[in-house]
Design a protein around this ligand. Sequence first.
Ligand code: GDP
Ligand code: MN
Length: 377
Amino acid sequence: MKIHEYQARELFEKNGIPVPQGYLCKSPEDVRKAAVSIGKPVVVKAQILVAGRGKAGGVKLANDPNEAFNVGSAILGSTIKGIRVTSVLVVEAEKAQKELYLGFTVDRANRAITLISSAEGGVDLEELAKTEPEKIFRKDIDPLMGLHPFEARQASYFVGLSDKSANDFSSICTKIYDIFKSVDADLAESNPLALMANGSLVALDSRITLDDNALFRHKEYDQVDDELSPLEQEAHEADLAFVQLDGDIGIIGNGAGLVMASIDVVAHFGGKPANFLDMGGGSSADSVYRAVKICLEQKNLKAVFVNILGGITKCDDVANGLVRALKESQLKIPITVRMVGTNEEQGRKILSENGIAYMDSMEEAAEAVVKSAYQAK
Ligand code: GDP
Ligand code: MN
């Protein structure tokens, strides 16, 4: 999970990494005030969880408080890469002599944490890795041994630093590594890490993403991801795994594998899945109800496929939740249910009593749902 730049910056600052003076602002007036108290030109930066904000117009320079107000008005409330900006970070505009890259990421294949540095910071590193990989330093750090000082020094010499700058770089390296470990990150980087005219280093951008599997240890960061659509957020809050796709057949199932198989088989018969929705194992009537409601909130649906393999999940629970949701939403599009497994008989009885058809075979059901979606009325 990504955390915001201002949150990553806070961690950098707490750990003694130099960052420009800055304030998080939610209104143009706050931006003006921040610029007044900084007392120098500022950079106004949209706080959205996407990379490449700079190029997309989310990072802008302002020379004085009035200009800062105007830039703040333009960025706040605007939509960048599909995301509405609700807050900006206002920082002292530093004049970098050179923009470097320094970061750590997980290398699963090598079971290591990879230290990465480059003298060509400020640009998209993935792009650089493709075109000029020789400009990137990589070193796998053994997570049990930790980062050795000589490894940090190698990284700093590679980017062309010497003397005090090299020492500072190594020390920032160690600090980012410590942060990486302490928050269970899978990425922690500064891009750019600015080399100033006087040889000092300042982290102008801080980016951290956390390992989702360790989020339970970092509840303070378990926030709503603003890259999610409103419907995806609603599903997240209801503990449902829901991803919107661009088709028109709603897909609901219990278990990620089953839902993916449902998507594949619907696509195989020529259907265009509208979403991935996994209610999870052991779904109760209530979670089925919520899942169906969320699925049906999608616009332009032509049909819905519900694929249930009862194990811990009981078919009668599913049927009850389904009946309740369908009654409430006064469904006007065809629904196809495939339901087998635990309490199948009871579940089917409930569906029959409520006029909902069901099938045994996933293939037949998928074919039927595609036909029902696209047949001429
Ligand atoms: P990103 O595009 O989302 O990675 O956002 P960054 O924070 O990296 O900003 C993009 C670019 O804006 C950087 O590569 C810098 O060139 C520039 N920039 C960011 N902060 C500052 C700053 O404080 N001073 C100056 N002069 N430029 C900055
Ligand atoms: Mn950046």
